[in-house]
Design a protein around this ligand. Structure first.
Ligand SMILES: Nc1ncnc2c1ncn2[C@@H]1O[C@H](COP(=O)(O)OP(=O)(O)OP(=O)(O)O)[C@@H](O)[C@H]1O
Ligand SMILES: [Mg+2]
Length: 489
């Protein structure tokens, strides 16, 4: 005999599926009990609806089999009342052979299915139906669990950090998640833009619906259009069948368009149209499709620059930038670093079967001094590498890569080997200085105050050095016709 499927998603080995039989006729109760006990189910019998309701609210039940005609509350009413307590609990209603209407009413009342009485000749049907209903229950429970897990993975408490800068971002997410407004998330690579997009979706009214993601930078232009809008059969050489695009797939939910700055001007026009009209045409079709999709876009590019150089449409920018969210780089919120380190250790230890206990104060200090150009992703990858290699104990300075060890960065990377002919000391130092100054200026958009701070120089010293080295000529040319910077429109 086949073992019945278990209905307990948490631990399938611990409990047998529990079936509740409700019938005022003892004969039927006993007959059903005999059949189902033999299949390995745990059975409880009830004589009427009120006894049945008492059982359902007192203990976990996986399936209810109930007679339609009973004194007091009818079987159909019982199904409705049970679903008020547990909407996913499948109920099979037993009706007489003569009553087709009862069978239809049972389905209308929310029954999983119906069984005709008497069922002596169809015991296999009874067994199979019970098995199917319990499997259905198991899948529903499992599905709900997975959905909850997914949602809790992207609730705010999974966005780690206590800094004022990150809290400001999360406050904004909290305020806008529930609206249907388009959001544009900007920030350097690895700052957590996708994480924020997910937090918005899973805290929105659309949380129960899909979140569809598309990385616009990862797909060649010719394919991106059909990826976004789908295509009809024959639209181009390889279009052998109709294919749904991401906009259609996201209907009712959220579409996350990552690396939006990489989208070609041609597609930007089409995207603008969807945002304005909520409709689009699949490639090769002239029939517009309407969709209800919330768009969240992200980019690590400076769209202001891209607009000025003509690479990004200004009208699309304003359509996307209804709610701008800027995720700050890690170097501007270093107080989040210890929390992030702990968060990654907690996640990676079990994932990689390692037992790293923490990070030494000295190693943490070096990490706080680092600039983190790759932001949180760089930190995550570093912790993963150290956890895997170290395996246990406390991570120390010696576990960090060379550039984290004090003073090592510049020397390892730039000092030439002192060969037999020696070096021109002043020239080497001069070139090193120039490189560092240009790096600081580029990073800060030629803001000399910030650049001086990055270099640990005072502002006038920096300005003197820039003049002496003739570096002004390398500054980006300001465009007098440029629109005002972001955030002030
Ligand atoms: N505040 C945070 N708390 C926990 N994990 C974070 C946080 N920020 C980022 N991460 C993790 O860092 C990694 C990079 O984040 P994410 O992919 O969201 O960055 P991104 O800004 O989209 O990067 P890119 O610009 O390269 O696409 C992910 O694994 C993410 O889970
Ligand atoms: Mg991303």
């Amino acid at each position: 005999m086949r073992a019945p499927p278990s209905a307990v998603a948490e631990d399938p080995t611990l409990r047998r599926s529990h079936v509740l039989i409700v019938d005022d006729e003892e004969l039927y109760r006993r007959a059903l009990e005999r059949i189902l006990v033999r299949c390995g189910y745990t059975i409880t019998c009830a004589r009427d609806a009120s006894e049945a309701l008492a059982v359902v609210s007192a203990e976990p039940v996986d399936l209810v089999l109930c007679d339609v005609r009973m004194p007091g509350i009818s079987g159909l009413e019982l199904v409705r009342q049970i679903h008020e307590v547990d909407a996913d609990l499948p109920c099979i209603v037993m009706t007489g052979y003569d009553s087709v209407e009862h069978s239809i009413d049972a389905l209308r009342a929310g029954a999983f299915w119906y069984l005709h009485k008497p069922f002596e000749g169809s015991l296999d049907v009874v067994r199979r139906l019970v098995e199917q209903a319990i499997e259905h229950r198991r899948l529903r429970t499992e599905n709900r669990l997975l959905q909850n897990q997914l949602r809790s993975r992207y609730r705010f408490d999974n966005v780690v950090g206590q800094s004022a800068a990150l809290r400001a971002v999360l406050d904004l997410v909290d305020k806008v998640a529930d609206s249907d407004s388009t959001v544009l998330i900007t920030g350097e690579s690895g700052t957590g833009k996708e994480l924020i997009a997910r937090a918005i979706h899973y805290n929105s009214r659309r949380a129960e619906r899909v979140l569809v993601s598309l990385n616009c930078g990862a797909i060649p232009e010719e394919l991106l259009e059909s990826e976004l809008f789908g295509h009809v059969k024959g639209a181009f050489t390889n279009a052998v069948a109709h294919r749904e695009g991401r906009f259609a797939a996201a209907d009712g939910g959220t579409l996350f368009l990552d690396e939006i700055g990489d989208m070609s001007p041609n597609l930007q026009v089409k995207l603008l149209r969807v945002l304005q009209e909520r409709s689009f045409e699949p490639v090769g079709s002239s029939k517009p499709m309407r969709v209800d999709v919330r768009v969240i876009a992200a980019t690590n590019q400076n769209l202001e620059k891209a607009i000025r150089s003509g690479a990004f449409r200004e009208d699309l920018f304003y359509r996307l930038n209804v709610i701008p969210i800027e995720v700050p780089p890690l170097r501007e919120r270093k107080e989040d670093l210890p929390l992030l380190v702990q968060h990654f250790l907690d996640r990676l230890n079990p994932e990689k079967a390692r037992k790293v206990e923490g990070v030494s104060a000295a190693a943490l200090e070096r990490m706080l001094e680092h600039d983190w150009p790759g932001n949180v992703r760089e930190l995550e990858n570093l912790i993963e590498r150290m956890v895997v290699i170290r395996g246990e104990g406390v991570l120390d300075v010696s576990d960090l890569p060379a550039q984290f060890r004090r003073g090592a960065a510049a020397s390892d990377a730039t000092v030439p080997n002192l060969g037999p002919g020696g070096v021109d000391f002043n020239d080497v130092i001069d070139r090193l200085e120039t490189k560092l100054i240009l790096q600081a200026l580029d990073r800060t958009g030629w803001n000399k105050n910030q650049a001086a701070r990055l270099l640990g120089l005072n502002r006038t010293t920096l300005i003197e050095k820039i003049k002496k080295k003739g570096l002004e000529s390398q500054a980006p040319v300001a465009d007098p016709a440029a629109p005002p910077p972001f955030g002030v429109q």
